[in-house]
Design a protein around this ligand. Sequence first.
Ligand SMILES: Cc1cc2nc3c(=O)[nH]c(=O)nc-3n(C[C@H](O)[C@H](O)[C@H](O)COP(=O)(O)OP(=O)(O)OC[C@H]3O[C@@H](n4cnc5c(N)ncnc54)[C@H](O)[C@@H]3O)c2cc1C
Length: 434
Amino acid sequence: MFRSTLVTRRNHVYRALCGQRFVSSTTTTHRQSGQVAAAQDLPISEDILYKEDHIHLRESLRKLIHAEINPFVDLWEAEGLFPAHTVFKKLGEAGFLGVTKPKEYGGLGLDYSYSVAVAEELGSIKCGGIPMAIGVQTDMTTPALAKFGSDKLKKEFLAPSILGEFVSCLGVSEVGSGSDVASIETRAEARGDDLIINGGKMWTTNGTQADWMCLLANTNTGPPHKSKSLMCLPMDLPGVHITKKIDKLGMWSSDTAQVFFEDVRVPRSHIIGEEGMGFTYQMLQFQEERLWGTAAAILPMQKLIAETIQYTRERKAFGQPILNNQTVHFTLAELETEVELLRALLYRSVLLYIQGNDVTKLASMCKLKAGRLARELTDKCLQFWGGMGFTSQVLVSRFYRDFRLLSIGGGADEVMLSIICKYMDTLPRPPKRP
Ligand SMILES: Cc1cc2nc3c(=O)[nH]c(=O)nc-3n(C[C@H](O)[C@H](O)[C@H](O)COP(=O)(O)OP(=O)(O)OC[C@H]3O[C@@H](n4cnc5c(N)ncnc54)[C@H](O)[C@@H]3O)c2cc1C
């Protein structure tokens, strides 16, 4: 069963990667000057990072999004939940949940630039919540498992996640510890061949729907950076309580849960890689999360600029299109420039990453800039929509809410600045005691 599904799925993606085009040629034609592309049809072009295969992959994903996701986004946003299993199954069968994962577990074994191509194209989904939920599965819960997990764990958790049969969630943040990951209190104490888990996790994306959690917990009482392990925790075990679904400012279609553990027993073999290395693995996993988050923000930002141009060109005030005011077209030009700068920083970071470099500093810069720019851009564009911008009928107001998270989730701006300062060697050291 596992093998035959795998072969079918590989063939599907193989077709995409071998140049079979899935979308009409209009998506790749260039815009005439003065013409605004329909927002959903922003062209995908070759770049320093993307070659033909990346473009085919993106075109194929874009087609799936337009057919299977975007028609339902408004409904799922209103319901405060999207059906993760249904959507992930479609993405998994088409190969989009494991582009960088090893082939023996159903992945495509491609380099990280393909994951960034997928993340960027997920930006054509008409909200922030669903891309985030997908990113949790592909770039937040599974990178450490794929790199360091045992064969048994990979068969049990990674392979079905790549196929979209399983939904995963990430259990790092807690009620009392978010930015300061080293201070988490959830414990997984060894008892024979098992671990007994007590504690709880907060802000768990996909938490109400997930089949398993990539959990960070303390497995010993040593120094904070060596006391933690990452582990695969099935969510249907006795003692796992999903206590509430949290109401939020934005990201409405993505469920966010608080999870509580009461004497949850899991085999010790569920630890990913080496016991006590969880903090280090999680920091490595964060690199991909931050690059992914940046990539997923680019298309919506471009789309909002394009839609704002279109709207302000048509809308008139004081006898002329609003776009004709210099403050409007100059602001949009500034924002377009900023998006291009962010894209250049992202692509440089990814190119260095796939060459095997530590890009912690650059990934932190990407995340910092993406968060700040997304806030500035949604705010400035919304302003030019006037009262319309304040309604829930337009994309700009949804992204104004959804993108507020970028400066907080996955490490707040201030945490990114601290990491950058660490690499610049400008962080003050604790004073020496006399
Ligand atoms: C919608 C949503 C989804 C999420 N999904 C997940 C998930 O799936 N899994 C998961 O584990 N977590 C998840 N998170 C948690 C997220 O990563 C944390 O919210 C984030 O790391 C910040 O932690 P905190 O909320 O505890 O803020 P705190 O740590 O309480 O920080 C509050 C503020 O203090 C400031 N601050 C913090 N440290 C410093 C510093 N060193 N210097 C200066 N200022 C500082 C910052 O402005 C920060 O925003 C999610 C959060 C949200 C809101």
